[in-house]
Design a protein around this ligand. Structure first.
Ligand code: UDP
Ligand code: GLC
Length: 397
């Protein structure tokens, strides 16, 4: 049972993996905690539907601050920062613990610490190295990290990159995402071929699915090349360009229209029924070309009892046991991906690997274990404010 009032802060209103993971944590703590978003979007309704108190403190131009480089929006973003820091700090002061779920949220919460005086936990879901962040941004993270009380890293890979950047001054715990198996258990009861037909997918031939937002680092373009070299295979891309990567989506669609792939690539957009869709694939692929901080889709593919082909970098290597519960390939290598698909041409091989994968995922990525770990860390960093100690009624921050 949660005991401390937590204010969760997230910069995004979109439904990415970081937000889906926070949804689980905030739902579990909804009786005494609240979520503050720095941008409006579908995430707000998803939280509200689950009974989580949620509000938006619009970041405005702060949203224009980028992970890499200094652009036209940088000055405007920095100028908008003090007002946002003050507004968030007013909310934070009513919590026991401030819990930042994204980097910009972390920056805003740390910068306001002299106002709200609450411990700040950062749930780190990024690999803070040069492949994702510019030099100025890395220096900023290093400096801001001094204001953190604790870091929860979503993988050992994320923790290692953080330590390499920020040193050992802040305690870092690794807590892998837990994924609720219930939708996958239900999906496994469905008729796979009926699901395929209902989704406009072919009943025959190898059907390969990739479930990620459309952005170059998720590697949809690499998988397209691999599928173009796999005769008779169909590619299903599930996910949308969540963060303005429209040019990338247009390039993917143009490639899919070329003769060697025409009619073989299905774009399903963002979907809420991921478990069922995964179950009706023959193979689930994760194709990120950079080190994936964790990779929820990899665990989900395993829970759907699919053989998963994934790129061997970052948190993914902590999830998949190569050759046993999936197949690991080097990032950005269409030839290796095509070879892995060929290894899985046999239905018996796929079934066997999928069964091992499901057993491992159920055992190792339990949502209850994740929630217990997060509760334990929050309890350690909390300071009990005087009104609670005096037995006054609690209210959500
Ligand atoms: N997802 C979804 N609908 C889609 C595509 C993806 O709900 O159409 C979910 C997917 O099931 C997973 C999350 O989005 O839980 C993506 O998380 P992941 O950690 O794989 O990557 P991220 O996008 O956070 O980098
Ligand atoms: C981030 C990462 C992803 C991770 C998710 C949940 O969105 O990109 O790899 O699985 O957070 O922690």
């Amino acid at each position: 049972m949660a005991d401390q009032r937590v204010l969760f802060v997230d910069q995004s209103g979109q439904m990415g993996g970081a937000q889906l993971s926070l949804l689980d944590i905030a739902r579990h703590r909804r009786h005494d905690s609240a979520v503050l978003l720095l941008d409006d979007g579908p995430f707000r309704a998803r939280l509200a539907e689950q009974g989580v108190p949620v509000s938006v403190e619009a970041g405005g131009a702060v949203g224009g601050l980028r992970q890499r480089g200094i652009g036209a929006g940088t000055l405007r973003g920095l100028l908008a920062l003090p007002s946002l820091v003050r507004r968030v700090a007013r909310r934070a002061a009513r919590a026991d613990v401030v819990y930042a779920n994204t980097q910009k949220a972390m920056a805003v919460c740390v910068l306001g610490k002299w106002l709200h005086r609450r411990p700040v936990v950062w749930h780190l879901r990024d690999i803070v190295d040069a492949s994702f962040f510019g030099r100025a941004q890395r220096l900023a993270i290093r400096w801001l990290s001094r204001g953190l009380t604790r870091v929860i890293a979503n993988s050992q890979a994320s923790a290692d990159a953080f330590r390499a950047l920020a040193g050992n001054a802040v305690a870092v715990d690794v807590v892998h995402n837990g994924i609720d198996p219930a939708p996958f258990d239900a999906a496994l009861q469905r008729d796979r071929m009926a699901l395929r037909v209902a989704n406009g997918l072919p009943a025959g031939g190898l059907v390969v699915g990739l479930f990620s937002r459309l952005t170059p680092w998720k590697g949809q373009h690499v998988l397209m090349e691999a599928v173009s070299r796999t005769p008779g295979a169909t590619l299903v891309l599930v996910g949308a360009a969540l963060f303005g990567e429209d040019a990338y989506e247009a390039a993917l669609r143009a490639r899919a229209a070329q003769p060697d792939l025409a009619g073989r690539v299905h774009f399903l957009g963002f979907r809420a029924d991921v478990a069922e869709l995964m179950y009706c694939m023959d193979i689930v692929v994760h194709a990120s070309v950079c080190a994936e901080p964790f990779g929820r889709v990899v665990v989900e593919g395993m829970l759907a009892a699919r053989p998963v082909v994934a790129t061997a970098a970052g948190g993914v290597t902590e999830i998949v046991e190569d050759g046993e519960t999936g197949i690991l390939v080097p990032p950005g290598d269409a030839g290796a991906l095509a070879a892995a698909l060929a290894r899985l041409a046999d239905a018996g091989v796929r079934e066997n690997m999928g069964a091992h994968a499901r057993e491992a995922a159920m055992r190792r990525f339990s949502p209850l274990a994740m929630l217990a770990a997060v509760d334990g860390i929050v309890a350690q960093v909390a300071r009990v404010p005087p009104d609670v100690a005096a037995g006054q009624p609690r209210r959500a921050p």
